[in-house]
Design a protein around this ligand. Structure first.
Ligand code: NI
Length: 180
């Protein structure tokens, strides 16, 4: 079922999400929730969707780098994956900036600098512990999505407020020169 994506201003986007109970992984309720996250993500055309964005207060994120490759540039192709209770570890202090967008902040972009070398640890849909290292744009995608689990939106992380733009003005005035 496609769920409604809540938008900036909804107080539940600002809450700390709860760890997903591991004994619930694989339950009917769990499978329905993951299915809904995936369907809603696919319909929206986004790269990732966090459960709080559909007003579900758990630490669950679905990311699919295949569907929207062109929008942000090069991403390694990772089939749609569910990240349960993910943890990010920053591996070095290398930063890079990306003009980010968010399904909960439609038609707006902002330039955000984030660590570019991270490790992600999570539980997968079968209850197994997984880990991967991510660089560059993929590292940005993970951090953006996982921020939603802590009530943080990309707009909070824009340092230079002149680099917040509507999509149309972004196309006119901000690319490609500022797209580092
Ligand atoms: Ni977002």
């Amino acid at each position: 079922m496609i769920r409604k994506i809540i938008r900036m201003g909804h107080p539940n986007l600002r809450k700390i999400a709860q760890p997903y109970p591991q004994d619930q992984i694989g339950s009917g309720e769990f499978r329905d929730l993951i299915e809904d996250l995936r369907e809603t993500l696919m319909e929206s055309g986004g790269i990732g969707l966090a459960a709080p964005q559909i007003n579900v207060p758990y630490r669950l994120v679905v990311i699919d780098t295949k569907t929207s490759k062109s929008r942000y540039g090069d991403l390694p192709t990772i089939p749609v994956t569910t990240y349960i209770n993910p943890v990010v570890t920053v591996l070095d202090d290398n930063l890079a900036g990306v003009w980010e967008g968010c399904l909960s902040i439609p038609k707006i972009r902002g330039f955000v600098e984030r660590p570019q070398n991270i490790r992600v640890d999570w539980i997968d849909e079968t209850g197994l512990r997984k880990t991967l290292k991510a660089q560059g744009l993929l590292a940005t995608v993970f951090q953006h999505e996982f921020d939603h689990l802590n009530g943080v939106l990309f707009i909070d992380r824009v340092q230079d407020k002149s680099k917040i733009s509507f999509d149309d003005e972004f196309d006119l005035y901000h690319q490609p020169t500022e797209q580092k």
